[in-house]
Ligand binder design. Structure first.
Ligand SMILES: [Zn+2]
Length: 251
């Protein structure tokens, strides 16, 4: 899970969402959950709202439509951060909408949002805060752990199933691929081969689990970096800290 910047929507789409929210506000509170389901499935909403919202989220997402929870690519559902069954008024509220893969949306996260009442949601919202404050990704293992026993980190790992199934294994593979591509990028630079440098950056940016790449870039500038990267090839840390490479990733 990585930090994602949420842009404003085109004015027309923003206005359409507002009209739907106003319609929801006129619905009695006790009926909003069911009404939200009905409105979300409405034919005109699917065509004029759902589709453009999903496209806006795909543009926002890292890599190739990476799920904003687990980081895997080709996510294709719009998820309500606060489930519409719990707060119908947020069904058409842009800051409540995230791009999710169907595994996160239905099998893991589903309706398991929770609020502790005082400090807001216990689930990390990557569009509002930096997930790295709560979640640490082991690059070689592909396993997430909470940062300093962060309750938010713990809850997020559990709710989103971040360490379930083959996810850690695929992340660990992504890290090996990334290390190879970094070395390929450095060789291309030494040869003055700009085209190949761009290709390597494109490959690194678009591989599944974009969180691996951004976690590596994040860890490389932390005080603990020499220890974290001690087991890796000697040049890897240096490359992750390279100004030209970081500029290509806009970090
Ligand atoms: Zn996912």
């Amino acid at each position: 899970m990585i930090r994602i910047v949420r842009p404003r929507l085109p004015t027309e789409l923003e206005a359409s969402l507002l009209v739907l929210t106003q319609e929801m506000a006129r619905t009695p509170v006790t009926e909003r959950g069911e009404q939200a389901e009905r409105m979300w499935e409405r034919k005109t909403v699917r065509r004029d709202v759902y589709r453009p919202v999903r496209e806006a989220l795909e543009d926002m997402a890292p890599g190739v439509d990476c799920c904003m929870y687990c980081g895997n690519h080709l996510a294709d559902t719009v998820d309500h951060f606060v489930p519409k069954s719990q707060c119908g008024l947020r069904t058409f509220y842009w800051p409540n909408l995230l791009l999710a893969c169907s595994t996160c949306n239905t099998r893991f996260k589903g309706n398991k949002y929770r609020s502790d009442g005082l400090v807001g949601s216990l689930l990390v919202d990557p569009t509002r805060e930096d997930p790295f404050d709560h979640l640490d990704l082991g690059l070689a293992s592909g396993v997430y752990r909470p940062v300093e026993d962060s309750p938010k980190g713990e809850w997020t790992i559990k709710v989103c199933g971040l360490n379930e199934g083959k996810r850690p294994r695929v992340r660990a593979e992504a890290w090996l691929n990334l290390a190879d591509d970094l070395e390929g990028w450095a060789r291309a630079r030494a040869d003055g081969d700009r085209k190949n440098m761009r290709r390597k950056v494109y490959r690194m940016r678009t591989q599944p689990f974009a969180d691996v790449c951004y976690a590596a870039l994040h860890k490389a500038v932390s005080g603990d970096a020499p220890r974290i990267f001690a087991a890796e090839e000697p040049g890897v840390l240096e490359l992750l800290r390279d100004g030209e490479l970081r500029a290509a990733f806009q970090v």
